[in-house]
Design a protein around this ligand. Sequence first.
Ligand code: PBG
Length: 324
Amino acid sequence: MAELLYRPRRLRRSETIRRLVRETALTPADLIYPIFVTHGSGVREPIPSLPGVFHLSIDEAVQEVGEAVALGIPAVIVFGLPARKDELGSEAYDDDGIVQRALRELKTRFPELVLIADTCLCQYTSHGHCGVVVSGEVQNDPSVELLARTAVSQARAGADMVAPSDMMDGRVAAIRQALDAEGFTETIIMSYAAKFASAFYGPFREAAHSAPAFGDRRSYQMDPANGQEALREVELDIEEGADIVMVKPALPYLDVIRAVRDNFNIPVAAYNVSGEYAMIKAAAQQGWLNEREVVLEALTGIKRAGASLILTYFAKDVCRWLAE
Ligand code: PBG
Protein backbone atom coordinates (compact mmCIF):
# COMPACT_ATOMS: atom_id res chain seq x y z
CA MET A 1 0.00 0.00 0.00
CA ALA A 2 1.29 3.47 -0.97
CA GLU A 3 2.44 5.97 1.64
CA LEU A 4 -0.46 8.04 2.88
CA LEU A 5 0.33 11.65 3.62
CA TYR A 6 -2.97 12.29 5.22
CA ARG A 7 -4.64 9.69 7.38
CA PRO A 8 -8.00 10.97 8.65
CA ARG A 9 -8.08 8.18 11.23
CA ARG A 10 -5.28 9.91 13.20
CA LEU A 11 -7.87 12.34 14.50
CA ARG A 12 -10.21 9.56 15.54
CA ARG A 13 -7.83 7.57 17.71
CA SER A 14 -9.20 8.45 21.12
CA GLU A 15 -12.25 10.13 22.59
CA THR A 16 -10.06 13.00 23.81
CA ILE A 17 -8.74 13.65 20.31
CA ARG A 18 -12.19 13.29 18.80
CA ARG A 19 -13.54 15.82 21.29
CA LEU A 20 -10.74 18.23 20.39
CA VAL A 21 -11.68 18.30 16.71
CA ARG A 22 -15.45 17.94 17.07
CA GLU A 23 -17.22 20.55 14.95
CA THR A 24 -20.68 20.56 16.49
CA ALA A 25 -21.68 20.53 20.13
CA LEU A 26 -25.25 20.08 21.23
CA THR A 27 -25.87 21.88 24.53
CA PRO A 28 -28.87 22.48 26.81
CA ALA A 29 -28.62 26.16 25.84
CA ASP A 30 -29.87 25.24 22.33
CA LEU A 31 -33.07 23.61 23.46
CA ILE A 32 -36.67 24.75 23.61
CA TYR A 33 -39.11 22.49 25.45
CA PRO A 34 -42.75 22.34 24.25
CA ILE A 35 -45.50 21.98 26.85
CA PHE A 36 -49.27 21.52 26.52
CA VAL A 37 -51.40 23.29 29.13
CA THR A 38 -55.00 22.54 29.93
CA HIS A 39 -57.65 23.88 32.32
CA GLY A 40 -58.20 22.35 35.74
CA SER A 41 -55.81 21.33 38.46
CA GLY A 42 -53.87 18.18 39.22
CA VAL A 43 -54.18 17.15 35.56
CA ARG A 44 -51.28 15.18 34.07
CA GLU A 45 -52.86 13.27 31.23
CA PRO A 46 -50.60 11.15 29.04
CA ILE A 47 -50.74 11.62 25.26
CA PRO A 48 -50.74 8.10 23.81
CA SER A 49 -48.91 8.94 20.59
CA LEU A 50 -46.28 10.97 22.46
CA PRO A 51 -45.05 8.79 25.31
CA GLY A 52 -43.54 10.98 28.03
CA VAL A 53 -45.54 14.06 26.97
CA PHE A 54 -48.62 15.15 28.90
CA HIS A 55 -51.52 17.55 28.97
CA LEU A 56 -50.76 19.54 32.10
CA SER A 57 -52.90 21.78 34.23
CA ILE A 58 -51.06 24.93 35.25
CA ASP A 59 -49.99 23.57 38.66
CA GLU A 60 -48.53 20.49 36.97
CA ALA A 61 -46.95 22.64 34.27
CA VAL A 62 -45.17 24.61 36.99
CA GLN A 63 -43.78 21.32 38.28
CA GLU A 64 -42.73 20.16 34.82
CA VAL A 65 -41.14 23.48 33.88
CA GLY A 66 -39.37 23.57 37.26
CA GLU A 67 -37.67 20.30 36.34
CA ALA A 68 -36.77 21.63 32.91
CA VAL A 69 -35.26 24.78 34.39
CA ALA A 70 -33.28 22.74 36.92
CA LEU A 71 -31.86 20.72 34.04
CA GLY A 72 -30.66 23.89 32.31
CA ILE A 73 -33.34 24.34 29.66
CA PRO A 74 -33.49 28.04 28.81
CA ALA A 75 -36.87 28.25 27.09
CA VAL A 76 -40.29 26.64 26.85
CA ILE A 77 -42.94 27.01 24.17
CA VAL A 78 -46.49 26.88 25.45
CA PHE A 79 -49.42 25.30 23.58
CA GLY A 80 -52.92 25.45 24.96
CA LEU A 81 -56.03 23.30 25.09
CA PRO A 82 -58.95 25.69 25.45
CA ALA A 83 -62.08 25.08 27.51
CA ARG A 84 -64.22 25.69 24.44
CA LYS A 85 -63.59 25.91 20.72
CA ASP A 86 -65.53 28.19 18.41
CA GLU A 87 -65.56 29.38 14.79
CA LEU A 88 -63.19 32.28 15.48
CA GLY A 89 -60.90 30.59 18.02
CA SER A 90 -61.68 33.23 20.61
CA GLU A 91 -59.82 31.67 23.54
CA ALA A 92 -56.58 32.23 21.61
CA TYR A 93 -56.82 35.99 22.16
CA ASP A 94 -58.68 35.97 25.48
CA ASP A 95 -56.56 37.59 28.21
CA ASP A 96 -57.94 34.91 30.50
CA GLY A 97 -57.27 32.04 28.06
CA ILE A 98 -55.35 28.97 29.13
CA VAL A 99 -52.05 30.04 27.55
CA GLN A 100 -52.29 33.55 28.99
CA ARG A 101 -52.96 32.15 32.46
CA ALA A 102 -50.08 29.73 32.17
CA LEU A 103 -47.74 32.47 30.96
CA ARG A 104 -48.60 34.70 33.91
CA GLU A 105 -47.99 31.90 36.38
CA LEU A 106 -44.75 30.73 34.76
CA LYS A 107 -43.44 34.30 34.50
CA THR A 108 -43.82 34.85 38.26
CA ARG A 109 -42.31 31.47 39.13
CA PHE A 110 -39.42 31.48 36.66
CA PRO A 111 -38.46 35.06 35.85
CA GLU A 112 -35.27 34.01 34.02
CA LEU A 113 -36.93 31.44 31.78
CA VAL A 114 -37.61 32.50 28.18
CA LEU A 115 -41.35 32.11 27.68
CA ILE A 116 -42.48 31.47 24.14
CA ALA A 117 -46.12 31.36 23.08
CA ASP A 118 -47.17 29.48 19.98
CA THR A 119 -49.34 31.95 18.12
CA CYS A 120 -52.00 30.13 16.13
CA LEU A 121 -55.73 29.54 16.04
CA CYS A 122 -55.98 25.85 15.16
CA GLN A 123 -56.19 24.57 18.73
CA TYR A 124 -58.99 27.06 19.42
CA THR A 125 -61.19 26.84 16.33
CA SER A 126 -64.07 24.38 16.11
CA HIS A 127 -63.03 23.48 12.53
CA GLY A 128 -59.35 23.05 13.48
CA HIS A 129 -57.92 25.33 10.80
CA CYS A 130 -55.28 27.94 11.57
CA GLY A 131 -57.50 30.84 10.54
CA VAL A 132 -60.98 32.14 9.86
CA VAL A 133 -63.02 29.93 7.53
CA VAL A 134 -65.62 31.35 5.15
CA SER A 135 -67.38 29.05 2.65
CA GLY A 136 -64.87 26.30 3.30
CA GLU A 137 -61.85 28.53 2.63
CA VAL A 138 -59.28 29.80 5.09
CA GLN A 139 -59.32 33.61 4.79
CA ASN A 140 -55.94 35.26 5.01
CA ASP A 141 -56.42 38.85 6.15
CA PRO A 142 -59.15 38.32 8.77
CA SER A 143 -56.99 35.53 10.24
CA VAL A 144 -53.98 37.83 10.43
CA GLU A 145 -56.00 40.31 12.46
CA LEU A 146 -56.88 37.64 15.02
CA LEU A 147 -53.31 36.37 15.11
CA ALA A 148 -52.05 39.87 15.88
CA ARG A 149 -54.59 40.15 18.70
CA THR A 150 -53.42 36.78 20.00
CA ALA A 151 -49.77 37.85 19.97
CA VAL A 152 -50.53 41.07 21.88
CA SER A 153 -52.56 39.17 24.46
CA GLN A 154 -49.70 36.68 24.89
CA ALA A 155 -47.14 39.47 25.27
CA ARG A 156 -49.38 41.15 27.84
CA ALA A 157 -49.50 37.87 29.79
CA GLY A 158 -45.70 37.68 29.90
CA ALA A 159 -44.51 36.01 26.70
CA ASP A 160 -40.94 37.04 25.90
CA MET A 161 -41.37 35.67 22.42
CA VAL A 162 -44.32 34.92 20.16
CA ALA A 163 -44.10 32.21 17.54
CA PRO A 164 -46.67 32.48 14.74
CA SER A 165 -47.20 29.00 13.30
CA ASP A 166 -50.17 29.65 11.02
CA MET A 167 -48.44 30.42 7.68
CA MET A 168 -50.83 33.24 6.70
CA ASP A 169 -49.29 35.87 4.43
CA GLY A 170 -48.25 39.09 6.11
CA ARG A 171 -48.74 37.93 9.67
CA VAL A 172 -45.25 38.78 10.89
CA ALA A 173 -45.60 42.42 9.81
CA ALA A 174 -49.07 42.66 11.35
CA ILE A 175 -47.88 41.11 14.61
CA ARG A 176 -44.84 43.41 14.79
CA GLN A 177 -47.00 46.44 14.20
CA ALA A 178 -49.61 45.40 16.76
CA LEU A 179 -46.97 44.60 19.40
CA ASP A 180 -45.20 47.90 18.87
CA ALA A 181 -48.46 49.83 18.98
CA GLU A 182 -49.16 48.34 22.41
CA GLY A 183 -45.66 49.11 23.69
CA PHE A 184 -44.27 45.59 23.33
CA THR A 185 -41.30 46.69 21.27
CA GLU A 186 -39.00 44.16 22.96
CA THR A 187 -41.17 41.10 22.35
CA ILE A 188 -39.28 38.76 20.05
CA ILE A 189 -40.92 37.19 17.00
CA MET A 190 -39.80 33.69 16.12
CA SER A 191 -41.72 32.93 12.95
CA TYR A 192 -42.46 29.47 11.70
CA ALA A 193 -41.16 30.81 8.38
CA ALA A 194 -40.78 27.60 6.39
CA LYS A 195 -43.48 25.37 7.78
CA PHE A 196 -44.31 22.46 5.55
CA ALA A 197 -47.66 20.67 5.23
CA SER A 198 -46.32 17.58 6.92
CA ALA A 199 -47.74 14.23 7.99
CA PHE A 200 -45.16 14.32 10.79
CA TYR A 201 -47.51 16.60 12.79
CA GLY A 202 -49.95 13.72 13.27
CA PRO A 203 -49.24 12.99 16.96
CA PHE A 204 -49.27 16.72 17.82
CA ARG A 205 -52.74 17.05 16.40
CA GLU A 206 -53.87 14.28 18.66
CA ALA A 207 -52.15 16.06 21.55
CA ALA A 208 -53.60 19.47 20.73
CA HIS A 209 -56.93 18.15 19.46
CA SER A 210 -56.29 20.29 16.40
CA ALA A 211 -56.78 18.07 13.36
CA PRO A 212 -58.73 20.00 10.72
CA ALA A 213 -62.38 18.91 10.62
CA PHE A 214 -62.40 19.11 6.82
CA GLY A 215 -59.71 19.37 4.15
CA ASP A 216 -56.07 19.81 5.03
CA ARG A 217 -53.54 22.60 5.57
CA ARG A 218 -52.05 22.59 2.09
CA SER A 219 -53.53 25.94 1.12
CA TYR A 220 -51.38 27.67 3.75
CA GLN A 221 -48.53 25.36 4.83
CA MET A 222 -45.81 24.73 2.25
CA ASP A 223 -45.50 21.94 -0.27
CA PRO A 224 -42.82 19.54 1.05
CA ALA A 225 -41.20 19.50 -2.39
CA ASN A 226 -40.26 23.21 -2.35
CA GLY A 227 -36.85 24.33 -1.12
CA GLN A 228 -36.55 27.54 -3.16
CA GLU A 229 -39.93 28.71 -1.99
CA ALA A 230 -38.80 28.12 1.59
CA LEU A 231 -36.06 30.72 1.08
CA ARG A 232 -38.61 33.16 -0.29
CA GLU A 233 -40.81 32.62 2.76
CA VAL A 234 -37.85 33.18 5.06
CA GLU A 235 -36.82 36.33 3.20
CA LEU A 236 -40.34 37.72 3.49
CA ASP A 237 -40.55 37.04 7.22
CA ILE A 238 -37.19 38.73 7.79
CA GLU A 239 -38.35 41.77 5.81
CA GLU A 240 -41.53 41.81 7.90
CA GLY A 241 -39.57 41.89 11.15
CA ALA A 242 -38.96 38.31 12.29
CA ASP A 243 -36.09 38.03 14.79
CA ILE A 244 -35.66 34.27 14.48
CA VAL A 245 -36.86 32.07 11.62
CA MET A 246 -37.91 28.48 11.98
CA VAL A 247 -37.86 25.50 9.67
CA LYS A 248 -40.36 22.77 10.46
CA PRO A 249 -40.24 19.75 10.53
CA ALA A 250 -36.50 19.28 11.07
CA LEU A 251 -35.14 15.89 10.01
CA PRO A 252 -36.76 15.57 6.56
CA TYR A 253 -35.78 19.22 5.85
CA LEU A 254 -32.11 19.45 6.85
CA ASP A 255 -31.28 20.80 3.38
CA VAL A 256 -33.69 23.67 3.97
CA ILE A 257 -32.13 24.43 7.37
CA ARG A 258 -28.68 24.51 5.73
CA ALA A 259 -29.87 26.75 2.89
CA VAL A 260 -31.48 29.20 5.31
CA ARG A 261 -28.33 29.26 7.43
CA ASP A 262 -26.17 29.95 4.35
CA ASN A 263 -28.41 32.60 2.84
CA PHE A 264 -29.42 34.74 5.81
CA ASN A 265 -27.72 36.21 8.86
CA ILE A 266 -30.38 35.51 11.41
CA PRO A 267 -30.76 32.79 14.04
CA VAL A 268 -32.38 29.65 12.65
CA ALA A 269 -34.63 27.42 14.74
CA ALA A 270 -35.71 23.92 13.82
CA TYR A 271 -38.71 22.05 15.17
CA ASN A 272 -38.04 18.35 15.79
CA VAL A 273 -41.76 17.64 15.54
CA SER A 274 -44.09 15.16 17.16
CA GLY A 275 -43.83 12.53 14.41
CA GLU A 276 -40.04 12.61 14.56
CA TYR A 277 -40.29 12.07 18.31
CA ALA A 278 -42.92 9.34 18.03
CA MET A 279 -40.93 7.34 15.46
CA ILE A 280 -37.89 7.15 17.71
CA LYS A 281 -39.98 6.41 20.80
CA ALA A 282 -41.84 3.60 19.05
CA ALA A 283 -38.68 1.97 17.74
CA ALA A 284 -36.98 2.33 21.12
CA GLN A 285 -39.95 0.73 22.89
CA GLN A 286 -39.62 -2.23 20.54
CA GLY A 287 -35.95 -2.45 21.39
CA TRP A 288 -35.07 -1.72 17.75
CA LEU A 289 -33.09 1.47 18.35
CA ASN A 290 -30.99 2.82 21.18
CA GLU A 291 -33.04 5.89 22.10
CA ARG A 292 -30.26 7.89 23.72
CA GLU A 293 -27.77 7.39 20.90
CA VAL A 294 -30.30 7.99 18.16
CA VAL A 295 -31.70 11.15 19.73
CA LEU A 296 -28.27 12.68 20.31
CA GLU A 297 -27.24 11.81 16.75
CA ALA A 298 -30.44 13.21 15.22
CA LEU A 299 -30.32 16.46 17.19
CA THR A 300 -26.61 16.91 16.52
CA GLY A 301 -27.48 16.48 12.84
CA ILE A 302 -30.07 19.24 13.09
CA LYS A 303 -27.52 21.51 14.72
CA ARG A 304 -24.84 20.60 12.17
CA ALA A 305 -27.30 21.48 9.40
CA GLY A 306 -27.34 25.03 10.78
CA ALA A 307 -30.02 25.32 13.44
CA SER A 308 -28.96 27.24 16.54
CA LEU A 309 -32.21 26.57 18.39
CA ILE A 310 -33.97 23.22 18.48
CA LEU A 311 -37.53 22.68 19.67
CA THR A 312 -37.82 19.12 20.91
CA TYR A 313 -39.93 16.94 23.20
CA PHE A 314 -36.64 15.20 24.07
CA ALA A 315 -35.23 18.37 25.69
CA LYS A 316 -35.23 17.11 29.29
CA ASP A 317 -33.77 13.71 28.38
CA VAL A 318 -31.07 15.38 26.30
CA CYS A 319 -30.03 17.57 29.24
CA ARG A 320 -29.77 14.50 31.45
CA TRP A 321 -27.76 12.57 28.84
CA LEU A 322 -25.42 15.48 28.18
CA ALA A 323 -24.73 15.78 31.88
CA GLU A 324 -23.76 12.10 32.26
C1 PBG B 1 -50.07 24.73 15.11
C2 PBG B 1 -48.87 23.89 15.25
C3 PBG B 1 -48.64 22.58 14.80
C4 PBG B 1 -47.40 22.20 15.31
C5 PBG B 1 -46.89 23.29 16.01
N1 PBG B 1 -47.81 24.32 15.94
C6 PBG B 1 -49.49 21.61 14.08
C7 PBG B 1 -50.01 21.87 12.74
O1 PBG B 1 -49.64 22.81 12.03
O2 PBG B 1 -50.87 21.08 12.36
C8 PBG B 1 -46.74 20.87 15.14
C9 PBG B 1 -45.84 20.44 16.23
C10 PBG B 1 -45.48 19.01 16.22
O3 PBG B 1 -45.92 18.21 15.37
O4 PBG B 1 -44.73 18.63 17.13
N2 PBG B 1 -50.28 25.34 13.89
